[in-house]
Design a protein around this ligand. Structure first.
Ligand code: SF4
Ligand code: SF4
Length: 223
């Protein structure tokens, strides 16, 4: 089984965490604290493997890939969502909203859990709208934890691009984050830290020009 297929298999399990907290949290607010686990996971993994948490470990990312793909307009994601002032604003907004709600309900654990469920609900609704209007993973560009993970990412386990690349751009068409590996052909390594390491580009490349360290390109090819 290819890397790509393996990740899809895990996504079919992890996405269930989203309805569990999003719906279950309104009845059992302590479930909201699961969000803290997601935050720690995204940041912790970013320290040694970039945004790979966002690939199949994030329940919402898995949900976008599995379900939004079918109903998305699949348009180009506007540059607006990649701008750093926009991303920084989203980080500040989410942490301000979380801090304010926790301040108002401090000591009341169900109230604090419900604050997290509210944030998850609102951001997921926004994410679904963006997925329908633009592309399934549009939210992932302004997701506060994705932005923090981006900032913590080192380049040492980045996607490698071989000189055999012929600039056909099929990798970009397959990329859920709409990145452009071919633009980094001269460097030999992807310089965009929003790569979630899904290997979709590796599978799509007809020249087998893409790979991750310790992973032969052909191993990632979807059968
Ligand atoms: S799909 Fe492969 S050959 Fe085509 S542009 Fe991307 S890296 Fe280059
Ligand atoms: S560049 Fe390749 S591995 Fe990275 S997110 Fe895009 S498709 Fe996935």
């Amino acid at each position: 089984m290819s890397t790509n297929q393996n990740q899809r298999k895990w996504q079919k399990v992890t996405w269930l965490g989203l309805p569990l907290v999003l719906i279950g949290g309104w009845f059992y607010p302590l479930l909201g604290f699961a969000l803290l686990g997601c935050m720690v996971g995204a940041v912790g993994i970013a320290l040694f493997d970039g945004r790979s948490w966002c690939n199949w470990m994030c329940p919402r990312g898995s949900f976008f890939d599995l379900f939004m793909e079918k109903i998305s307009a699949k348009r180009q994601i506007p540059r607006f969502f990649r701008r750093w002032p926009v991303r920084a604003f989203m980080v500040l907004l989410i942490f301000f909203m979380m801090g304010l709600q926790w301040y108002l309900s401090w000591g009341n654990l169900p109230g604090m859990g419900l604050a997290l469920v509210r944030i998850l609900t609102v951001t997921t609704i926004v994410g679904i709208i963006l997925a329908v209007v633009y592309s399934p993973r549009t939210w992932c560009l302004i997701c506060p934890m994705g932005t923090i993970a981006n900032l913590l990412t080192k380049k040492d386990r980045a996607l490698r691009i071989e000189p055999s690349c012929v600039n056909c751009k099929l990798c970009s068409k397959a990329c859920p984050m709409q990145l452009k590996p071919y633009n980094f052909r001269q460097d030999g390594v992807l310089g965009d830290r929003d790569c979630i390491k899904c290997s979709s580009c590796v599978a799509a490349c007809p020249k087998k020009a893409l790979s991750f360290a310790g992973q032969a390109a052909e191993n990632c090819r979807v059968a």
